[in-house]
Design a protein around this ligand. Structure first.
Ligand code: NAD
Length: 712
């Protein structure tokens, strides 16, 4: 059966063809191989026509021009021979390149997301027009998947916008809006959405008269006009910047830079050939596979309603928040930013006043000026209702409690709130550690109660754990998940239990760092091993950031829950006793000037640690990595075994978003799968004498025996 047409051909005027991209039954236009084949056939029809003045390529889908190539097809062909990858790249490039060789002018009219392969199609057109709409975004995000544009993007873009701009666009992977695109000469015209079609026709007519596009075709097919000195300078500065950004852990941006520098002196045909060769080198590498896995994790999360059964979430247009401290104000700001009305209260008036100030400043923050945007602030101010009258929460569609971490205070509060709420209103707690089942004990409607655990700082942390208590209903979970998404977060659903998901997996790793200290391993070595593995900071620094008192409390909770494998570290109590509470106190494992900035090593730490260090062991980086991360993998197998999450992918996304687990490893369990369960069991063997925390679990042993994987 022939594929349903992904584009329609019409005529704006008898000599102006319009190709409207509109993949049937899909939300977005995606460049799959079958869509490329259709475009090939359409161009076969159009290209010979001498009677045409122009071809306009546009999208019939609101908000989307082309969302890129088909990543699932990529993943399915990881293992094909390199020549085949080069072949696919060459085919796409040759097709798009035809747009710059037609006997008429070609124009991409962009009013929506135009990224990846879509940006390549557009860049090969003679001209581009973008709209002023926020949704019109142009970009090459391929480096985020461990690749770079492979359909001629690195060859063509520098010839149009200059090498420096192309390097920034392609190695940075960030999209730009119409204004930025116009500023770098990527687009010829910037218009309102309503005028786009009309402007595209006008552009065809103007080019038909001026014939400027023909001169540009000549210019853009030649080597770049750049001196050796300029090239060397750009290469050195860009490569230093990329090294600093990627810490040498993401090879694609540097490879993209090299390919663009290396082909600057070549014509565009040869530059394209070199691009395809270099693209094939990155394709299917472990990092490419891992990053594409992360793409799938995010995609799955976006589509996951959080429950298996069909359950309609209740839309939340008005949110109630109890507690205007760090978390309450952060959650409120996230909601106000999305224009959801917030009613907020706090028992302390100064805390409420400070909270409201934080909400308004945060929700009106302007990245360009680095401060609040006054106009925006006056627009959102009416959305915030700070009150001390509890009756005003009656009309809220969701109420989140973010008061002090004390079960009695929380439960007393619920007893006052619950009678006010309608039957459909969900009541949720932002508790970091108290059991949701326990908090629900006094409630009349425990089915509409759950945890919605945000991470600090809310503005930066995308993860939200939606905690399902023993009596929480599907409808409640679905509403909490939909709300978290509506305010731009990525929720994962976790069944109630100590540490929920993220802290439960983080604790064994953190604890092990202290064990290593007591074995005499140097702080520097522990930090370096974790960072080389890809963690954003070492575990010792993380202790200082979290606060040693908070960590001590969390450790106690986890020790009580899992005494066989989580010990109570003597180091933590000694640090707290010595007042070394971390960054907030000016000193913890490191010392901090003005309680901020990078920690400096502090000789006085030795006084606290010396009595606790049991031996003097020297471990290699590989050994330290095994010590830190294997307990995390084992704990993840227990989490799966106890069905705390519905899919191993939730573990991976949770850790990437929650603790910065390195994306280039694809996630904890994805990484474990790349090693294989048998190898993990082998790595655990020499560590078994350290105790049950290094004992392979039944799940791991069974996977090792069957050759199975966590990702079934
Ligand atoms: P916070 O101390 O900054 O704020 C708590 C606020 O609650 C205070 O302003 C206090 O006056 C107010 N409050 C106390 N009792 C109240 C009551 N009965 N009614 C209304 N307001 C009351 O604390 P926080 O860091 O925002 O933490 C709040 C909750 O979020 C806690 O359960 C905490 O465990 C959880 N949490 C904190 C973090 C974090 O890193 N700070 C992260 C995730 C979850």
């Amino acid at each position: 059966m022939a594929d349903a047409p992904a584009a329609r051909l019409t005529f704006a005027e008898p000599d102006i063809a319009v190709l409207s991209l509109d993949a049937p039954d899909k939300g977005a236009n995606i460049l799959s191989l079958s869509v490329l084949a259709q475009l090939e056939r359409l161009l076969d029809q159009l290209q010979p026509r001498q009677d045409l003045a122009g071809l306009i390529i546009r999208s019939a889908k609101p908000g989307i021009f082309i969302a890129g190539a088909d990543i699932r097809e990529f993943a399915a062909s990881f293992d094909v021979p390199k020549q085949q990858t080069i072949g696919v790249a060459t085919r796409g490039r040759t097709l798009f390149q035809r747009l710059s060789k037609c006997p008429f002018v070609t124009v991409a009219a962009i009013d929506g997301i135009c990224v990846g392969g879509g940006a390549e199609l557009a860049i090969w057109c003679d001209r581009r027009i973008m709209t002023t709409s926020d949704r019109a975004q142009f970009g090459f995000p391929e480096v985020k998947l461990g690749l770079f544009p492979g359909w001629g993007g690195t060859a063509r873009t520098p010839r149009i916008v200059g090498l420096a701009n192309a390097v920034e666009l392609i190695t940075g992977g960030e999209s730009i809006d119409g204004r930025a695109a116009a500023a770098m000469g990527l687009t010829s015209d910037l218009v309102d959405s309503e005028r786009l079609d009309q402007a595209a026709v006008a552009l065809v007519r103007a080019e038909q008269t001026s014939r400027e596009y023909l001169a540009d075709r000549q210019r853009w097919s030649r080597p770049l006009d750049i001196s050796e000195t300029e090239l060397a300078f750009l290469g050195a500065t860009a490569s230093a910047y990329i090294q600093q950004q990627t810490k040498g852990q993401y090879p694609a941006p540097l490879a993209a830079l090299e390919v663009m520098l290396g082909s600057a002196g070549l014509d565009v045909e040869e530059a394209g050939r070199q691009e395809a060769e270099a693209f094939a080198e990155l394709f299917g590498t472990p990092i490419n596979r891992a990053l594409i896995n992360v793409f799938f994790l995010m995609d799955r999360n976006k589509k996951d309603p959080g429950v298996e059964a069909k359950s309609s979430p209740r839309p939340v247009r008005s949110l109630g928040v109890f507690g205007a401290g760090i978390m309450g104000s952060g959650i409120s700001a996230a909601a106000v930013k999305r224009e959801i009305a917030v009613t907020i209260t706090d028992t302390a008036q100064p805390a409420l006043a400070a909270g409201v100030k934080n909400i308004l400043e945060e929700a009106s923050y302007n990245r360009q000026t680095g401060g609040p945007d006054v106009q925006r602030m006056s627009k959102i101010a009416p959305l915030v209702n700070a009150t001390t009258v509890i009756d005003e929460f009656k009309s809220c569609e969701l109420v989140i409690e973010a008061v002090v971490e004390n079960p009695k205070v929380k439960q007393d509060l619920y007893a006052r709130i619950e009678p006010l709420l309608s039957n459909e209103t969900v009541l949720a707690s932002n508790t970091s550690a108290i059991s949701i089942g326990r908090l629900a004990e006094g409630l009349k409607r425990p089915d509409r109660f759950c945890g919605i655990h945000f991470f600090n700082p809310v503005r930066k942390m995308p993860l939200v754990e939606v905690i399902r208590g023993p009596k929480t209903s599907d409808a409640t979970v679905a509403t909490a998940v939909a709300f978290a998404k509506a305010i731009g977060k990525s929720p994962i659903v976790v069944n109630d239990g100590p540490g929920f998901l993220v802290n439960r997996l983080l604790l064994p790793y953190m604890n092990e760092a202290l064990e290593l200290l007591q074995e005499g391993v140097e702080i520097k070595a522990i930090e370096q091993a974790a960072k080389s593995f890809g963690m954003p900071m070492g575990p010792i620094t993380l202790y200082d950031v979290v606060g040693l008192d908070t960590a001590l409390f969390a450790g106690q909770v986890m020790h009580e829950a899992f005494p066989d494998r989580i010990g109570q570290s003597a180091v933590l109590s000694a640090m707290v006793k010595a007042g070394r509470l971390g960054q907030k106190a000016g000193r913890g494992f490191f010392s901090y000037q003005d309680k901020q900035g990078r920690g400096q090593s502090d000789p006085s730490l030795a006084e606290v640690l010396r009595p606790l260090v049991r031996k003097q062991v020297k471990l290699s980086e590989e050994e330290i990595v095994a010590r830190l991360f294997l307990p995390m993998v084992l704990e993840a197998t227990r989490v799966l075994d106890e069905q705390k999450v519905r899919d191993p992918r939730d573990v991976d996304l949770g850790l990437i978003y929650g603790i910065g687990f390195p994306a280039f490893k694809g996630g904890l369990l994805f990484w474990a799968d790349t090693l294989g369960a048998a190898k993990l069991v082998e790595m655990l063997k020499p560590l078994e004498p350290l105790g049950p925390r290094y004992q392979a679990t039944a799940m791991l042993l069974s996977l090792a025996n069957s050759g199975g994987r966590f990702y079934g």
